[in-house]
Design a protein around this ligand. Structure first.
Ligand code: PRP
Ligand code: URA
Length: 208
């Protein structure tokens, strides 16, 4: 688990948290934040050595390995993070998982899926802005491992300590990394992160 506590990240998160920040600004900031977090999250992206011919000579370098990384935004709110991620890794493939948390039981439900059938040997990057109880992220991680993924990196904007502990306990022994912009204080009695930023999906796209 890595908290990317860079001052620029905290600055942008502060504006994002502000209840008066309107949706267009919220969307732009979420995208910018992901690009910054993605830099940290892709530190261990799989690469291979290559040689290119410069105008002056041969240069050894690195290229992203095959199979390409798979980016998986968790609908709905994770969609607001996609552009920021693919800006940094434009050759990544993108798959989708639609999940919604039952606001009474706090249990996640998968309502949509568009992913390659076989994720054998794939490195996956899951995007979900809020890690609250951790239920949604655990379900997403299990789903990807069940399909054959070998390592999963999750990029979240804000996490609750309770959710981080739950994800850690549920993924012990597996190759799972979590990169967050901030670790907040706690969850409240209805499963919202405190101080958090409210409902990320509603703030990005409006109430449905
Ligand atoms: C939010 C958020 C996460 C989930 C986190 O999604 O985007 O996916 O809740 O909560 P958890 O850690 O307790 O599972 P929500 O279910 O509200 O759906 P939405 O993205 O469509 O708004
Ligand atoms: N989902 C959100 O969007 N916000 C929270 O604080 C918790 C879950």
């Amino acid at each position: 688990m890595h908290v990317a506590d860079h001052p620029l990240i905290t600055h942008k998160l502060t504006v994002l948290r502000d209840a008066t920040t309107p949706s267009p600004t919220f969307r732009a900031l979420a995208e910018e934040l992901v690009t910054l977090l993605a830099y940290e999250a892709t530190r261990n992206v799989r690469v291979e050595e290559v040689t290119v011919q410069t105008p002056v000579g041969e240069a050894k370098g690195l290229a992203i390995s095959q199979p390409r990384p798979l980016v998986v935004p968790i609908l709905r709110a994770g969609l607001g993070m996609l552009e920021g991620m693919v800006k940094l890794v434009p050759t990544a493939e993108v798959g989708f998982l639609g999940m919604v948390r039952n606001e009474e039981t706090l249990q996640p439900d998968i309502y949509a899926e568009r992913l390659p059938d076989d994720l054998s040997n794939r490195q996956c990057f899951v995007l979900d802005p809020m890690l609250a109880t951790g239920g949604s992220l655990i379900a997403a991680i299990n789903y990807l491992f069940d399909r054959g993924a070998v390592d999963v990196t999750c990029v979240c904007l804000i996490a609750a300590p309770e959710g981080l502990a739950a994800v850690e306990a549920a993924t012990k022994g597996r190759e799972v990394t979590i990169v967050v912009g901030a670790k907040d204080e706690k969850l409240n009695e209805v499963g919202y992160i405190v101080p958090g930023l409210g409902d990320a999906g509603d703030r990005l796209y409006g109430t449905v």
